[in-house]
Design a protein. Structure first.
Length: 253
């Protein structure tokens, strides 16, 4: 068993290979990875490099650090929350109201057994979904999805709640659009305005107005949000990020 960050697991495997060792020969069966976001391709790379099952762990230092929930190696399908220790809820981050099971919202935790520093309905800021269906591993503790984003990311545009990730998933449905975009928010008088800029695939030679209308229609149907301006720009026109985190939202309200 090894517990570390995903990047460190890959670093260990690479270092071993550089020293002439085969990391797949190590007596390891399971790696618990945490503290960094881990995508499915990253997980598969760790499993292949070390010949292990890699499972995700979740926690936060305000509660106990890592160990609030953990994936099981049997299913690798959501993280079991230790409900004998923590009472989880998912709420609408805008209203604070609890959401029914299966709906995505902000994870709220209450500690049940901590004595010196109990935590009551602590808003984690992490967005997830709870799943109460019985797991293939037969454990009955509720599972949470991998954390998909932070509640702080929520944008309220003319009373409509929208996450940048929702806008991203709509615009990236279109084959002619690349995964480079930006969202600009301004306030004109009392009114919010939103501009979405998307980048076209290299060599796009279709009709821009038709594509623009299709994207607008999709945004309206899925998010009930119609941008004031939807700009399609040519390949390479949106600035790329080479260091640090990518910035896509420019909120100047
Ligand atoms: Zn399970």
């Amino acid at each position: 068993m090894l517990t570390c960050t995903p990047s460190y697991a890959l670093y260990l495997a690479e270092s071993a290979r550089n020293d002439g060792l085969n990391p797949r020969d190590f007596a390891l069966s399971t790696v618990i990875i945490g503290a960094e976001p881990c995508t499915q391709p990253m997980r598969e790379a760790i499993e292949a490099a070390l010949d292990v099952t890699a499972v995700d762990i979740y926690g936060l230092s305000e509660i106990i650090g890592p160990g609030v929930s953990n994936e099981c190696h049997e299913a690798q399908d959501g993280l079991h929350i230790w409900e004998d220790q923590f009472y989880p809820e998912v709420i609408d981050p805008a209203t604070g109201e609890p959401l029914p099971e299966g709906e995505e919202g902000e994870l709220v935790l209450t500690s049940l057994t901590k004595e010196a520093l109990p935590i009551i309905r602590y808003r984690t800021g992490d967005l997830t979904t709870l799943n109460d269906e019985q797991c293939a591993c037969r454990r009955t503790m509720v599972r949470m999805d991998n954390v998909t984003g932070r509640a702080d990311d929520l944008l309220i545009v003319r009373g409509v709640n929208v996450y940048p990730s929702q806008i991203e998933s709509v615009v990236l449905e279109f084959d002619d659009v690349l995964p480079h975009y930006r969202i600009d928010l301004e306030r004109e008088g009392e009114l919010d305005t939103i501009e979405i800029t998307v980048e076209l695939d290299e060599g796009f030679d279709g009709d821009r107005t038709t594509l623009e209308n299709r994207i607008r229609e999709r945004l309206q149907n899925v998010l009930t949000l119609s941008p004031d301006t939807l700009t399609l720009v040519d390949y390479g026109e949106i600035e790329r990020t080479e260091v640090g985190k990518v910035k896509r939202v420019y909120d100047r309200r």
